[in-house]
Design a protein. Structure first.
Length: 319
C-alpha cells in the first residue's frame, strides 16, 4: 500500500497578492501587524534532524485515550533484530493464559489401541501409502521446492521491520522529552539497545531533539470517535496514519490479534485501501468512495476500539 502523504496535485495553487516587502502590513489600530504565533512557535522548523538521520532512529508521538507520550522507533532488517520477549507480559494476562490453556487441551490427541495386530495393520498400510506418495515426487521437484523456500526465507530476513523503545512486550511512553532522554541515558534495558547506533544516541541526544515530525505523530485517541461520525466525516489522513502506526506497533510488540484485524482482506484493511484510493483522484477515487459507502461505520468503529484497547493494554507509561 502506498504512502498517502505524497499525492500529486495537478493544478498549482495561486499565491495571494502580498504587499510590497518594504511596506509592513498594517492593521486597524497598531500599525504593523504582529506575527502569527502559531507559525513562529513551531519547533519542527528549527530542529536539526541530522542526529536522527545519521542514527536511523526517529522520535514518535502517540496519543491514546490515557494520554499522549513520546517514544522512539527504528526500522532494521528482520534478520538483525531479536524480537521483544513477551513471556512475562503474557503470564500477567489472565485472559491470554486461559486461552493458551484451552488451545493446548484442543491440541492434545487421545490415541486408543484396541488390538495390537489391527494397529500394526493400519501402520503398515500408512507406510505403504507414504511410500507411494513419496515415489510420485521427483528429485527435481524437491530441489525446486527447497530453493523456493530458501528464497522466501532470505527475502523475509532482508525486509526492514519496525522496532520500538519497548521492553518485555511493553511499549515505553514518556510524558515529556526530558523523561525520555533521561531514560535513554540511564542504560536501562530495552529493545532498541540492540541497535549499533544506540550508544551514540545515548551520548548525544538532548530534550530539544525530541520533536517528532508530523508524519511520526499518531492520534489513535481520535480514531473511534471519527469513525462514529459517519462516512461524510471520516478523516482519511487520520485513519490511514493510525493504520500504519497500529501495524508497526502490533508487529514490534507481538500482538497477533491486531495484525489479523488489519491483515489483507479484512474489513479494516478494505477501509484502509478505500481511504487511500480517495486520495489518488480520478476514476479510482470515485470507485474508492463507493467502496467506502459499503463499509459499516459501526463495524469499523468497534474494530478500531478493540485495536486501540489492545495497544493501550501493552503500554508502560513513564513520567
Amino acid at each position: 500500500m502506498g504512502n498517502p502523504k505524497h499525492t500529486e496535485v495537478s493544478v498549482a495553487r495561486q499565491s495571494p497578492q502580498r504587499p510590497d516587502a518594504d511596506e509592513p502590513e498594517l492593521d486597524d489600530t497598531t500599525g504593523a501587524a504582529e506575527p502569527d504565533e502559531t507559525e513562529t512557535d513551531r519547533p519542527s522548523a528549527s530542529i536539526d534532524r541530522s542526529l536522527w538521520d545519521e542514527l536511523r532512529i526517529d522520535p514518535v508521538e502517540i496519543a491514546l485515550p490515557a494520554g499522549t507520550g513520546f517514544t522512539l522507533r527504528a526500522y532494521r532488517p528482520a534478520s538483525s533484530l531479536t524480537p521483544t520477549d513477551v513471556t512475562e507480559r503474557d503470564q500477567d494476562d489472565p485472559f491470554l493464559a486461559r486461552r493458551q490453556a484451552v488451545e493446548e487441551e484442543e491440541d492434545d490427541e487421545t490415541v486408543v489401541i484396541l488390538d495390537e495386530e489391527l494397529a500394526q495393520e493400519f501402520a503398515d498400510e500408512d507406510d505403504e501409502s507414504t511410500r507411494r506418495r513419496d515415489g510420485a515426487a521427483t528429485d527435481t521437484d524437491d530441489e525446486t521446492d527447497k530453493e523456493s523456500d530458501e528464497a522466501v526465507a532470505d527475502e523475509a530476513d532482508d525486509e526492514e521491520v519496525p522496532v520500538f523503545l519497548s521492553n518485555q512486550g511493553k511499549l515505553l511512553l514518556f510524558k515529556t522529552p526530558e523523561s525520555l532522554v533521561s531514560f535513554i541515558r540511564s542504560g536501562a534495558p530495552n529493545d532498541l539497545s540492540q541497535l549499533d547506533s544506540w550508544n551514540e544516541l545515548s551520548e548525544r541526544v538532548e530534550p530539544a531533539d525530541i520533536a517528532p515530525l508530523d508524519e511520526d505523530t499518531y492520534e489513535l485517541d481520535l480514531v473511534v470517535e471519527n469513525l462514529r461520525g459517519g462516512h461524510d466525516t471520516w478523516d482519511s489522513t487520520l485513519l490511514i496514519e493510525a493504520g500504519e502506526a497500529a501495524r508497526d506497533l502490533s508487529y514490534a510488540l507481538r500482538l497477533p490479534a491486531v495484525l489479523d484485524m488489519l491483515s489483507a482482506g479484512s474489513s479494516l484493511d478494505d477501509l484502509d485501501e478505500a481511504l487511500r484510493g480517495t486520495a489518488n483522484g480520478g476514476i479510482g477515487a470515485f470507485m474508492a468512495r463507493r467502496r467506502l459507502k459499503k463499509i459499516g461505520a459501526q463495524t469499523a468503529s468497534l474494530g478500531w476500539r478493540t485495536i486501540v484497547g489492545k495497544i493501550s493494554a501493552v503500554v508502560d507509561w513513564r513520567d
